[in-house]
Design a binder for this molecule. Structure first.
Ligand code: PLP
Length: 387
């Protein structure tokens, strides 16, 4: 396989070798069903419980407050839909304009079923409009869902402060922390959210496993009905190998995050600084706000993000653009649009997201190769700007 410089870790991450190794016995000889009475199954249940404790340790919550799911999207659906199913009098939802589609499209779908949905805006730096949020917390609101860290810009919202505001009004608070877990410390003894979503494949576990933290006492109804698994909160035979993998990934994050984050943010800062220095008419979106340590979202004015990606792809450099190419149309990023980023910057935005598997040599390569690509594209740009 072609060597790649993988700078798209907010899309997915490389499963850690330690994670894969921990999973292997449960994909091969230890295949018992954890619900079985005999010890071939019961012993496997102990591993599920161990993984639950590993996830809980990373978040500083109790293992009983962790429900395993199939992904971040399911966790988000379980939080929002499960809360609405349990809430008799209240049906409104407060969220933000910059959430991942897992939340935005869930809320918009519930809107068509009669829920009032308010999407709170952000400013040019990606910071949440706290006044609008405060004003939106009315007596009909069943749940507020505000993300911890943005997947496109890395902008971090002040979740502890937001949760306090929300809780003061007696409203259940959920946060989509899919991009934050494993990148920033999370202490649920100090941050009063009621629910928190995470996803394995964003922190070096495989795709197909996630979890939802539900604080003891929070009223939600099961969203995935079926068997009695997960203490009657989520039906479906437990995905043991993947649960074990997620547990191991959380243990690794707990032990190694601090050192890794220093390395990652040093590389991210150098990449950003050098690209801004070497490419004129270039800005970094959200850089004035607190951000996830691994993410930079750079707009190269007068060029198309997709063209940059294609030329980088020829060199094996993987990143992503703010535009989502769906059904033949190029939709600019809803996150950058909400930030009011001007048109010519909106279309030339590239997200680089790093992990501890990246090296300084890879960053050198991007710093060397990308500025000539931008120059080449600007020379042929229909906007007629050659910088
Ligand atoms: N929430 C955020 C902020 C994300 O970035 C993602 C994935 O990119 C998701 C939710 C969905 O997670 P999953 O891919 O595990 O369904």
């Amino acid at each position: 396989m072609k060597e790649v410089v993988y700078l798209d870790n907010n899309a997915t991450t490389r499963p850690a070798p330690e994670v894969v190794e921990a999973m292997m016995p449960y994909l091969t000889e230890r295949y018992g069903n954890p619900s079985s009475i005999y010890s071939f199954g019961g012993d496997v249940k102990k591993e599920v419980d161990k993984a639950r404790a590993q996830v809980a340790a990373l978040l500083n919550c109790s293992p009983e407050e962790i429900i395993f799911t199939s992904c971040g999207t399911e966790s988000d659906n379980m939080a929002v839909r499960g809360r609405l199913l349990a809430s008799k009098e209240r049906s409104a939802i407060v969220t933000t304009k910059v959430e991942h589609p897992a939340i935005l499209n869930t809320c918009r779908s519930l809107k068509t079923h009669g829920s009032r949905v308010e999407e709170v805006g952000v400013n040019y730096d990606g910071a949440l409009d706290m006044e609008q949020l405060k004003g939106s917390l009315l007596s009909d609101v069943a749940i507020a869902s505000v993300m911890w860290g943005n997947n496109e810009t890395g902008v971090i919202f002040p979740i502890a402060k937001i949760a306090e505001m929300v809780k003061e009004k007696g409203i259940v608070m959920h946060t989509d922390a899919v991009q934050a877990v494993g990148k920033v410390p999370i202490d649920l003894a100090k941050v009063p959210v009621d629910m928190l979503s995470l996803s394995g494949h964003k922190l070096h576990a495989p795709k197909g496993i996630g979890a939802l933290f539900v604080r003891k006492g929070t009223k939600i109804a099961p969203y995935m009905t079926g068997g009695h698994q997960e203490s009657n909160r989520r039906g479906g035979t437990e995905n043991v190998p993947y649960i074990v993998g997620l547990g191991k990934a959380c243990e690794l994050a707990m032990n190694e995050m601090e050192g890794q984050v220093k390395k990652i943010s040093t590389m991210r800062d150098r990449l950003e600084r050098e690209l801004l220095r070497l490419c004129p008419n270039t800005t970094s979106n959200g850089a004035n706000s607190e951000r996830l340590p691994n993410t930079t979202n750079i707009s190269f004015q007068y060029v198309e993000g997709e063209a940059i990606l294609l030329l980088m792809n020829e060199l094996g450099i993987c990143a992503s653009s703010g535009s989502a190419c769906t059904s033949g149309s190029l939709d600019p990023s809803h996150v950058l649009k909400a930030m009011d980023i001007p048109f010519t910057l909106l279309h030339g935005s590239i997200r680089f997201s790093l992990s501890h598997y990246n090296t300084e040599e890879e960053i050198d390569l991007v710093i060397k190769e990308l500025p000539p690509i931008i120059k080449r594209l600007r020379d042929i740009s229909p906007f007629g700007r050659a910088d």
